[in-house]
Design a protein around this ligand. Structure first.
Ligand code: ZN
Ligand code: ZN
Length: 249
C-alpha cells in the first residue's frame, strides 16, 4: 500500500459461495487481487449449527438449493478449493490466501452465541459445541482464533447478538487469540478499552464490502510471520479501505 510500506494490507474475514457469500472463491481472489493493494486475505466461510435458525429460513427461501454453511462431508473439498485458489493468488497477484472458517452460532436466545474465526485449521470444527470447546479445538489444530463482532448487540429483533465471548472475556481471554475491534463499517470502541490483541475485517459477502475496515500488519508476507504479528499485536493498524480516486481502475 503506497505510503504504508512495509505494512501488509490484510483482510481476515471473507465469505464465498461456500456459505452465504455472493461470489465463488476464484472471483473473490480476482476482486481483491486486481486492486493490486492486498497482501493477505483469509477465506472464512460459515460452519453452522445443525439447527441454525437463519439458514433454515434461507433454505426454505431458496428451495434447498443453498446450504449457507460448509457441511462436514464437504469440508475437505472446501479446503482443497481454497488451497488451489491460494496457489493461484500467490502466483498471479503475490497475495497470500489463508484457509479458515467462521464457526457460527445463531440461536434466537443469544446469550451463548459466538462467531469464531479459525484460521489455518486442518479439520472440520463443529458449531454444535460450546464456544470454549471450539476455541480449545482451534488451539489443538494449531490454528489462530478471532472473536468476530464480539460486541454486536442488535437493536432490530430479527438480528442475532454474538456477545458470549465478550461477556465472558475474563475467563476466555487466554483462549482467544485476536478480537475484532472493527467489522465492515462498525468500529466497536468498547472492545478497544481492554488491552487485547485487535484486528479489523470486512466480513465480506458481496463486492461493495471490499470498502470497509481492514488491518495493516508489519510483518513478512508469510503465514507464520503474520500469525506471530497478530498474536503479539505489535505494529498493527486499523485502516478504512475506501474507494477514492486511486481505486478508479
Ligand atoms: Zn459472523
Ligand atoms: Zn462473517
Amino acid at each position: 500500500m503506497p505510503g504504508y510500506e512495509p505494512f501488509l494490507l490484510c483482510d481476515f474475514h471473507v465469505h464465498t459461495q461456500w456459505s452465504d457469500g455472493k461470489l465463488p472463491v476464484s472471483e473473490v481472489i480476482d476482486l481483491y487481487g486486481s486492486t493490486g493493494k492486498f497482501d493477505v486475505i483469509a477465506i472464512t466461510d460459515h460452519i453452522l449449527m445443525k439447527k441454525d435458525v437463519l439458514a433454515r429460513a434461507g433454505r426454505i427461501a431458496t428451495l434447498g438449493r443453498r446450504a449457507f454453511g460448509v457441511r462436514e462431508p464437504d469440508f475437505e473439498h472446501y479446503l482443497a478449493n481454497v488451497r488451489a485458489e491460494a496457489k493461484r493468488a500467490l502466483d498471479q497477484y503475490g497475495m497470500l490466501v489463508i484457509p479458515g472458517a467462521e464457526i457460527t452460532q445463531n440461536r434466537l436466545r443469544g446469550r451463548k452465541n459466538s462467531h469464531i474465526i479459525a484460521l489455518d485449521i486442518q479439520r472440520y470444527i463443529s458449531a454444535d459445541q460450546s464456544a470454549d470447546d471450539i476455541l480449545r479445538e482451534i488451539r489443538r489444530q494449531d490454528g489462530l482464533s478471532i472473536a468476530c463482532h464480539p460486541h454486536h448487540r442488535p437493536t432490530r429483533r430479527i438480528e442475532i447478538s454474538t456477545c458470549y465471548l465478550w461477556d465472558h472475556r475474563e475467563q476466555l481471554a487466554d483462549l482467544v487469540d485476536v478480537w475484532e475491534a472493527a467489522n465492515r463499517d462498525d468500529l466497536f470502541s468498547v472492545t478497544s478499552l481492554k488491552h487485547y490483541p485487535y484486528v479489523a475485517n470486512s466480513d465480506f459477502h458481496k463486492p461493495k464490502h471490499l470498502y470497509s475496515w481492514k488491518t495493516l500488519v508489519r510483518a513478512e508476507k508469510n503465514w507464520p510471520a503474520v500469525r506471530r504479528a497478530l498474536r503479539e499485536n505489535v505494529d498493527i493498524a486499523l485502516t478504512l479501505f475506501r474507494n477514492g480516486s486511486w481505486a478508479a481502475a
